[in-house]
Design a protein around this ligand. Structure first.
Ligand code: FAD
Length: 291
């Protein structure tokens, strides 16, 4: 079903807290929930006509919204379709990436077992080239369909998506991902592999706490978690934001953390690692400023 009128689709002053796994963020001045491609196109046109900044949101598991919110239109991507054709599976950008990992493994399709522990959307996973257990999106994605800045619907093949460690072409262009087509293979062991991947993650990461996954990208020299733990920073805090005791590369909101708390803690960790190891950590979490 698509919405015809802006008053139904475009809402004003919507809190972003519940749309971020960190549980942090003020209000978006404009907010729409796109369930269809028409909704997406309508929202993007509305933003163009009203000269609004646009932020496309998946499951909010890799973002830190500002306490003041977002001055512009946040489009929540809720496109939810899925289609299986032999060993190809095409999922809409709003589809749960974790669910996709579980469902494909249950069908004895191998390739996306690693996805079952990543609490993002398909769109967010493609944008971030999300990965775990030695794999990532770039290894299984055949092609991605998106809306370009002129509002045309286009498709690019894997080789054209500029994938590398936690990056894709989508981080450089203002494109909106609509769907991804993944190429899998048959394996009797897909389900047990997927369950094993998930268990290892539950055992090693603070899954039940509010976070946005790994705070920092892994530098060449060593994993960010190792460097942070080794520097005695586990448990360090600013306000309600803490370096997780379970996994040092996670910053968790233990209650009432603000975006300033998280940003200050990030700065504290970065300067300590620079001082001790002469390594400049880069953020993996994406901070979204108010304007
Ligand atoms: C407990 C936990 C564990 C995690 N483990 C991992 C892990 O093992 N590996 C890993 O890689 N990540 C991990 N993450 C981080 C996160 O889940 C991934 O980066 C995920 O792919 C983000 O998807 P999302 O839908 O939540 O994106 P969001 O957080 O909503 O958005 C992230 C970025 O993607 C953009 N985006 C989202 N959808 C679209 C779209 N349709 N079109 C264009 N741009 C879009 C947004 O604008 C934003 O810039 C973890 C997070 C948590 C909380």
């Amino acid at each position: 079903m698509s919405h015809a009128r802006p008053q139904e689709l475009i809402k004003k002053n919507v809190s972003l807290k519940k749309y971020s796994t960190f549980g942090i963020g003020g209000f978006a001045t404009y907010f729409s929930e796109a369930k269809t491609i028409d909704d997406l196109l309508f929202s993007l046109k509305y933003a163009k006509e009203h000269k609004l900044r646009v932020f496309v949101l998946g499951k909010g598991s890799n973002v830190l919204f500002d306490d003041r919110g977002y001055n512009g239109l946040v489009i929540l991507n809720k496109l939810q379709t899925i289609k299986y054709e032999d060993m190809l599976v095409t999922a809409s950008a709003g589809y749960s990436f974790a669910l996709l990992g579980i469902q494909t493994a249950r069908k004895n399709l191998s390739g996306l077992e690693f996805a079952s522990g990543i609490p993002g959307s398909v769109g967010g996973a493609i944008f971030m080239n999300a990965g775990a257990s030695g794999s990532d999106v770039s290894k299984v994605l055949k092609k991605a369909t998106y809306i370009d800045t002129e509002l045309n619907i286009r498709t690019l093949a894997n080789e054209q998506l500029d994938f590398s460690y936690r990056t894709s072409i989508f981080q450089k262009k203002g494109f909106v991902i609509i769907s991804g087509c993944f190429s899998l293979c048959v394996s009797e062991t897909a389900r047990s592999k997927q369950k094993g991947d998930l268990k290892r993650r539950f055992d090693s990461q603070p899954y039940k706490e509010k976070s946005a996954g790994c705070a920092f990208r892994n530098p060449q020299a060593a994993s960010a978690g190792f460097l942070i733990e080794n520097s005695g920073l586990k448990g360090k805090s600013v306000g309600g934001a803490f370096v997780s005791e379970k996994h040092a590369n996670f910053i968790v909101n233990k209650g009432g953390a603000t975006s300033s708390d998280v940003l200050q803690l990030i700065e504290n960790v970065k300067s300590e690692i620079l001082l001790r190891h002469n390594i400049e950590l880069e953020c993996e979490v994406r901070y979204i400023p108010f304007e």
